[in-house]
Design a protein around this ligand. Structure first.
Ligand code: NAD
Ligand code: ZN
Length: 358
């Protein structure tokens, strides 16, 4: 039975980031410095000047062209070890899912021996991580609330996080003023990650009342946001931030379904990013989620967002085999969605046909 852990402290509200200084001040530790991981979008942004950065702190900008790879995480750790700065009092991550996951992974690695790839899996992290604060700047992945940090091992192709209670942020600052500048398409794609997590979870076999309650509420908020006239109004950005947080809690209590494994295939083989990959996958999901398929495209139409189509329609046989393998490897969600015999449904021919429709 799950013994679920949630975020212990979160501060919610417009301008909440201005409290970072006092939160860090209250954290007592013999190490005085702080390490910041910040989404590269903010490199020349006035936000940097508002941060309570001190002389000994370290600041790294996180590139988002590629999603986190285990070697990036190892190299961030190596830089800190070389500078003898591997024991900060806190790690602060400010950005989207990629940056939030980077902060989580480095915080685990600084207190555990070995490399990031050694901890891809469930409950492999042995020692508590460095104290960490997560500050999302785009809403939807739920990375701020979840117990994983997704990374790809480019050598093995394995895309899997460090699923552990130690991966969960100690403190969140949920400040919707930070999401104002997200491009509209990105806002929709990432926001939809929470909708998709939750519809997959509610259609699964392994359900429980808590996971369901988080999912229902997150979906209700997504509907309010994406059926409204301005999905990026101040009020809607606040609602989506809450939906993302609740979606992250939902996933900690349940599993995803068919969409995420196909999207993971697109990511590993064609390097399509997670959230847009989910939306593209929805093109071929009518047979699995008929009502939600319809609702998803109604929301996209209402917001004038075009979902790309046809990116996997014309590939060679070898690539379809690779896509098949990197999809069906995700047994937990596929069993949740289709049962133990999911491979009888998702044959190579069937999976290829689905990718062609994507
Ligand atoms: P992201 O972190 O990849 O960022 C997307 C883009 O938005 C980037 O170009 C970034 O620079 C930009 N951006 C971020 N904030 C901005 C702002 N305020 N203004 C302007 N631009 C901004 O995006 P994402 O969709 O949040 O995250 C995807 C990542 O999250 C993937 O790596 C995925 O694997 C991971 N993920 C993790 C979990 C989890 O539970 N840990 C769950 C789902 C997805
Ligand atoms: Zn997702």
């Amino acid at each position: 039975m799950n013994n679920s852990k949630n975020i212990l402290n979160y501060m919610f509200g417009k301008g909440a980031i201005n409290n970072l200084d006092s939160i860090l001040d209250k954290k007592k530790s013999k190490n005085a410095y702080v390490i910041y991981y910040i989404d590269e979008y903010f490199e020349n942004n006035e936000l940097i000047n508002r941060l309570p950065m001190k002389e000994n702190d370290e600041l790294f900008f996180v590139e988002t062209k590629d999603e986190p790879k285990t070697e990036f995480i190892n190299s961030f750790r190596d830089i800190l070890v070389q500078k003898s700065k591997n024991r900060p009092k806190a790690i602060v991550a400010i950005g989207g899912g990629a940056t939030l996951d980077t902060g989580k992974a480095v915080a685990n690695l600084l207190t555990n021996q070995g490399n990031a790839e050694d901890y891809q899996g469930w409950d492999l992290v042995k020692n508590p991580a460095i104290y960490k604060i997560g500050i999302p700047t785009v809403s939807g992945t739920g990375a701020e609330a979840s117990r994983t940090c997704v990374m790809t091992n480019s050598k093995s192709g394995l895309k899997l996080g460090m699923n552990s209670d130690f991966t969960i942020y100690d403190q969140l600052i949920l400040d919707s003023s930070l999401t104002k500048t997200v491009p509209r398409e990105q806002y929709f794609y990432t926001g939809m990650d929470t909708y998709i997590h939750c519809i997959e979870s509610l259609n699964g076999r392994y359900r429980n009342a808590i996971g369901d309650a988080f999912s229902h509420q997150a979906i209700a908020l997504c509907r309010e946001v994406f059926f409204s006239d301005n999905m990026m109004s101040e009020e809607n950005r606040e609602k989506l931030m809450v939906a993302s947080y609740l979606g992250g809690c939902a996933i900690a209590n349940s599993f995803v379904g068919v969409v995420h494994p196909f999207s993971a295939g697109l990511s590993v083989i064609l390097e399509i990013h997670h959230c847009i990959g989910n939306c593209i996958t929805m093109n071929a999901m009518e047979e699995f989620y008929p009502k939600e398929y319809q609702e998803f495209f109604e929301m996209a139409e209402k917001q004038g967002i075009k979902i790309p189509k046809g990116i996997a329609s014309n590939l060679d046989d070898e690539t379809y085999v690779k896509l098949y393998n990197s999809t069906v490897i995700h047994e937990k969600p596929l069993i949740n969605a289709l049962g133990d015999t999911f491979k009888e449904i998702l044959t190579l021919e069937k999976v290829t046909a689905i990718f062609k429709r994507i």
